[in-house]
Design a protein around this ligand. Structure first.
Ligand code: DAH
Length: 322
């Protein structure tokens, strides 16, 4: 039996030394130490040996077993190190990759009081200003007629759009807005809005109804319906809230829509004649419609996100879900 053990030791030490991968080593380990492996087969013969011989074979058997175990451990470590070395040699020059050049620009965070309120038919000291909890900025930059503020909505873009273009005007504009909000799961101090403007001859509430539904169908699917309900905004007349049929309960009323069956998704209306005039457009010839949507609100509904604060949380676990 000693001969047999010696033979096993020799042949397996060679196999271990010439193994190249951890997988090969695992196979060797099983062939040796697994059930019915070489070692198992030898120890199962102990009961047939005379006691004297067992006294000699026993310790030798243990020695061979330990040596082979150690040889496997050492080789395993060596293979790991070789793999790490290979990885280290696999260097690449990060500068070789092509990175698109981008030119940065200043974020249009601030707008003036003038565009945010004044020309949108909301004069100074008018109580309608209270509809927006505004963050004003103490700054040397303010001009005599206009205070600096963080814009509360994207409607301030309307006036630029009207001044810089001739009808027909069809325009969409997205941007970041800020409000002095009591933050909770549905209100953020920093959020996006997009503004849609359509000015031409003969534009009417019928266009507003049709286009609202057309737009919502493209985002939420064919089943959604839009309804307009009266709502006050100083820069539109008439002003409306655009509701979408609740996509969760299809109008039956549920927790998400507060039992109403509809969810308010936008403010909108016919652009007020004073705003058109402020933008240099004659309201006796042209009329216009405008919407202000909150993309966070829409994403919350579309993806079932319960807390608006997650959007700006910087939490990768959240961001990577999309
Ligand atoms: N700017 C409004 C808000 O943030 C939303 C809004 C209402 C936008 C009516 C519009 C509009 O363009 O016509 O509350």
């Amino acid at each position: 039996m000693e001969d047999k053990l010696q033979q096993i030791q020799k042949s397996y030490q060679n196999k271990i030394a010439s193994s190249k991968t951890l997988k090969e080593l695992d196979e060797i380990f099983i062939a040796l130490f697994g059930k019915n492996g070489e070692i198992d087969q030898q120890s199962s013969q102990f009961s047939t040996l005379p006691k004297d011989e067992l006294k000699i074979v026993g310790p030798f058997f243990n020695q061979v077993k330990q040596k082979l175990e150690k040889a496997i451990d050492n080789r395993r470590q060596a293979i790991r190190e070789e793999t790490y070395n290979d990885l280290e040699n696999e260097t690449f020059d990060i500068n070789e990759g092509e990175i698109k050049k981008r030119t940065g620009h200043i974020h249009p965070l601030t707008a003036t009081d003038h565009n945010n309120f004044e020309v949108l038919n909301i004069p100074e000291n008018h109580p309608a200003r209270d509809l927006w909890d505004t963050l004003y900025i103490n700054s040397e930059l303010k001009t005599p007629n206009s205070k600096l503020l963080l814009r509360t909505h994207t409607s301030n873009s309307q006036i630029r759009a009207l001044k810089n273009n001739k009808p027909p005007i069809r325009l969409m504009n997205i941007g970041r807005c800020f409000r002095y909000e009591q933050v909770d799961s549905r209100h953020e101090h920093t959020f996006e809005q997009f503004e849609i403007i359509y000015v031409d001859k003969g534009v009417s509430m019928a266009n507003l109804q049709f286009l609202s539904e057309y737009f919502l169908k493209n985002i939420f699917g064919e089943d959604i319906k839009a309804r307009l309900k009266p709502k006050y905004y100083p820069f539109v007349e008439p002003g409306v809230g655009v509701d979408g049929l609740c996509i969760f309960c299809k109008g039956a009323g549920c927790k998400v829509c507060g039992g109403i069956g509809w969810l308010e998704l936008a403010g909108a209306g016919m652009i007020h004649p004073n705003v058109l005039k402020n933008g240099g457009i004659d309201p006796s010839i042209y009329s216009g419609i405008a919407w202000g949507f909150g993309p966070a609100r829409m994403a919350m509904i579309k993806y079932g996100i319960e807390d608006i604060r997650l959007f700006n949380s910087g939490d990768l676990k959240f961001a990577e879900k999309f």
